[in-house]
Design a protein. Structure first.
Length: 120
């Protein structure tokens, strides 16, 4: 599984690639809309000390994204996207199916692929 490809697809859906995005209703911030509970979980898993401000850094958001998904070991893009949206058991929740459909549209989208190529 290419986590960068998934990260970009999620970033397109969550923030339209805006690292400064903020959703005050959910206290979700950054390019992939990270909530405080995820920062806490990633710090527990990794022993690192990410801050809430780190959610606005694309690099640190990607690090947290990779730590989280590597730890919970999704087997498919669908499981990974649904876990990102609904927590470690998100892939089992019916409520995350709609989210997966949005992400799936962007996994092989030219915009997503072009963004990856430009970053390398």
């Amino acid at each position: 599984m290419n986590l960068l490809k998934l990260f970009i697809a999620i970033a397109i859906v969550e923030s339209n690639l805006n690292p400064n995005a903020f959703n005050s209703k959910e206290n979700a911030a950054g390019i992939v809309q990270i909530r405080p509970i995820l920062v806490k979980d990633v710090n527990r898993i990794s022993g690192k000390k990410y801050t809430l401000e780190d959610r606005f850094s694309v690099r640190k958001s990607y690090e947290m994204f990779c730590i989280y998904l590597t730890y919970y070991k999704p087997k498919t893009y669908e499981q990974a996207a649904r876990m990102w949206n609904g927590g470690p058991k998100g892939h089992l929740k019916k409520s995350t199916l709609k989210y997966w459909k949005k992400i799936k549209k962007h996994l092989d989208n030219r915009k997503t692929i072009w963004y990856i190529i430009r970053r390398k």
